[in-house]
Ligand binder design. Structure first.
Ligand code: SAM
Length: 212
C-alpha cells in the first residue's frame, strides 16, 4: 500500500503521542514504553492498522506495535487511533529491514505479517517479508517459543514463504490454503483491510503459523 504523499504527514507523525520517536533507543526497554510487563506483539507492514487495532481492543493484556514504512499510510493509522485511543498500541515508522536495531533478543512474543508486498521479481526475493533473510531477523527478536503468523491471498508468495521455512530453520505449526473455510484456523480471525478486499473478490486466503 502506498498512498499519495500527503503534505504534512511527517509533521503529524513527529508530534503524535501514538508514534514512538527515536524508537531505536527503546531497544530492550519496550516494557517501559507501555509502562507494564505485558507481552509485546508486532505487525510488520500494518498499513492503516485496522487489524492491529481490532486485535488490541480484544486483548487489553497484550501490547501491540504497528510497524509501517510509509508516512502517508501511517498517518491513516494515527487518525484511527485518535478516535480509538487504545492504551496498548504504539506505532513505529520504519523499514522492517532494520528491525533488529529496534528490538532486543526475545523481546517480541509474536509477529504478524499480513498481505505483505509480493516483490514478484526473483532478484527482489530478499525484500519479501517472509523471506529467509527476514526470518533470520525475526529469529533474533522473537522469544524462543514465539510464533509468527502470515496471511496472504497471493499463492506464489505463500508457496515461496513455505519453501523458505526449512532453510531458515523454522517449522510450520499450522497451514491452510483457504482460511475462511478452515473452521479451526479461522476461529477468532480478524480480517485485515486487504483480506476483506481480496476475499470479497473470491480469492482464497492462505495462512501459516510458524515457530522454530
Ligand atoms: N497489513 C495490511 C493489510 O493486510 O491490510 C496492509 C497490507 S499492504 C499490501 C503492505 C504494507 O506493508 C504497506 O502499507 C507497506 O507500506 C508496508 N511495508 C512493506 N514493506 C515494508 C517494510 N519493509 N517495512 C515496513 N513496512 C512495509
Amino acid at each position: 500500500m502506498r498512498l499519495r504523499n500527503i503534505a504534512g504527514s511527517r509533521e503529524v507523525i513527529k508530534e503524535s503521542p501514538f508514534v514512538v520517536q527515536d524508537a531505536e533507543t527503546k531497544k530492550g526497554m519496550w516494557n517501559h514504553v507501555f509502562g507494564n510487563d505485558h507481552p509485546i506483539q508486532a505487525e510488520i507492514g500494518m498499513g492503516k492498522g485496522r487489524f492491529l487495532m481490532e486485535l488490541a481492543a480484544r486483548n487489553p493484556q497484550i501490547n501491540y506495535i504497528g510497524i509501517e514504512k510509509y508516512s502517508s499510510v501511517l498517518l491513516r493509522a494515527i487518525q484511527k487511533m485518535e478516535e480509538l485511543n487504545l492504551p496498548n498500541v504504539r506505532f513505529i515508522r520504519m523499514d522492517a529491514e532494520d528491525i533488529t536495531e529496534f528490538f532486543a533478543q526475545g523481546e517480541l512474543d509474536k509477529i504478524y505479517l499480513n498481505f505483505s508486498d509480493p516483490w514478484p521479481k526473483d532478484r527482489h526475493a530478499k525484500r519479501r517479508l517472509p523471506s529467509r533473510q527476514f526470518l533470520e531477523r525475526y529469529d533474533k527478536i522473537l522469544k524462543r517459543d514465539g510464533r509468527l503468523e502470515f496471511k496472504t491471498d497471493n499463492r506464489d508468495l505463500f508457496d515461496f514463504a513455505l519453501e523458505e521455512l526449512e532453510p531458515a530453520g523454522w517449522k510450520a505449526e499450522a497451514v491452510t490454503f483457504d482460511l475462511h473455510h478452515d473452521e479451526k484456523m479461522c476461529e477468532g480471525n480478524i480480517m485485515t483491510e486487504y483480506e476483506e478486499r481480496f476475499s470479497s473478490q473470491g480469492n482464497p486466503i492462505c495462512k501459516y503459523i510458524i515457530y522454530r
